[in-house]
Design a protein around this ligand. Sequence first.
Ligand SMILES: Cc1cc2nc3c(=O)[nH]c(=O)nc-3n(C[C@H](O)[C@H](O)[C@H](O)COP(=O)(O)OP(=O)(O)OC[C@H]3O[C@@H](n4cnc5c(N)ncnc54)[C@H](O)[C@@H]3O)c2cc1C
Length: 466
Amino acid sequence: MKNKKNVKILIMGSGPTGLGAGWRLKELKEKEFLILERNSYPGGLSFTLKDKYGFLWDFGGHVLFSHYKYFDKVYDEVMKHDYYSHVRESYVVYSKGKWVPYPFQYNVHHLKDKKVLYKIADDVINNSYKDIRPSNFREWILHIFGEAIGEIFMFPYNFKVWATPPELMDFKWIGERVATVNNRTLLESIILKKDHVSWGPNNTFRFPKHGGNMELWRRIAQKLKQHIIYKTEIKKVNLKEKYIETNNGRFYYQYLISTMPLDIFFSISNASKGLKQKATRLKHTKVHIIGIGLRQPMPTNLKNKCWFYFPTSNTSIYRATIFSNYSPHNVPDIKKYWSIMTEVSESEYKKIEDNLKQKVVNGLIKLGFIRNKKQIHHITHFSKEYAYPVPTLKRDGVLNILQLYLRKYNIFSRGRFGGWKYEVGNMDHSFMQGVEVVDKILFNRPEITYFSPSYVNSKKFKETQL
Ligand SMILES: Cc1cc2nc3c(=O)[nH]c(=O)nc-3n(C[C@H](O)[C@H](O)[C@H](O)COP(=O)(O)OP(=O)(O)OC[C@H]3O[C@@H](n4cnc5c(N)ncnc54)[C@H](O)[C@@H]3O)c2cc1C
């Protein structure tokens, strides 16, 4: 073996989780740690692509809403004033010009059709599923919203995002991530035509002026640069002897923090066949980004808009972001260009259509987002196999077994796909999973984010330990 190294704490991956761990170690003046990253850049799924025409594209709409003061302090320290603050303007699209403000279930009066509104109200008030204890996501939707909101919004939209039948999904991940509905808000919407648009944790968000969403991670990585080795892919893990093999040699560790997908981690380790098999039960979706660079003028009704949800079958897009509204520097010259970034999901249950790019464009023209094909400057298409960790009914059982097993070998698998918990798989959560796992290793402190997601996502959450 040409290259051998001993490291106290080895971190696999320089996405938000790996960088969170690195940040905390540096803050604690711990010198003996290394971050190994297979890419030549940091950020993981929170990267930003610059295409050959100079347009920037995040990997999907990355809206930063933090649950943590610690994370906010880090953001302020590295970003200083180099960001814009946005107020969410987000809609659910039904047909050309027919938009319901998000969250849909609080603003249904925009549907206007009286028969549909009657059915929605009747279903919520006299919901025959109210007394049934839900055992999966489908039943949870019916239990909370009734059939009408289920059929008009929740079922079609969630299938588009999750690419997984809702009866195979759990609902315990939801916490405060989905706006539930109460009779008063619904009646206020239908009878008084009152809008409730400020619900939820992401109603204001920050976005870097330059460099896309990745700028935050680039700056954090810059501060840790003497600890990061890029273009180093972990290919094998020897659990008992505590080393990993990479294209840059062998690395021995005392503690390993892995942020790569947990199923792949097991497949490249020398764990038993049974455990490797178990890990394949963890399910994920693939996401395609179709970024459309456009010539000005932008339709006036898209000014200041952030993102749109598409529950209907007239396009395979589940979400579109008016990306040049996040920062004018996301396009080479805002006087000449603007941009829409669309997302389409794929899985074993949902295949993507042939000619995806063309179909996405046709859908946007039909729905009034693009005037005609002449407005299009270019289209950039890229995708990632691991995009959403699906909270299936089997997930928690599998995670408990795999994580307990790894603990015996001083291995901590954390982050969006390392931990496989969507409910704590956002950027702030991932960064904090990295921070908290370091405190676990060094001080045996509890990891609140990974093990108590509902608490962290609730209004009751108070950071006490850092
Ligand atoms: C479509 C989409 C939309 C999203 N929207 C939002 C949002 O609105 N708000 C929000 O806060 N978050 C959002 N996220 C989540 C955000 O991207 C994640 O929270 C974050 O990137 C997870 O960080 P991580 O470090 O856990 O994992 P990752 O970002 O996946 O990073 C893991 C790192 O490990 C590296 N790696 C993997 N295997 C190996 C190997 N064998 N050897 C070496 N290195 C390896 C990878 O290259 C990568 O750099 C979104 C994600 C997606 C996919």
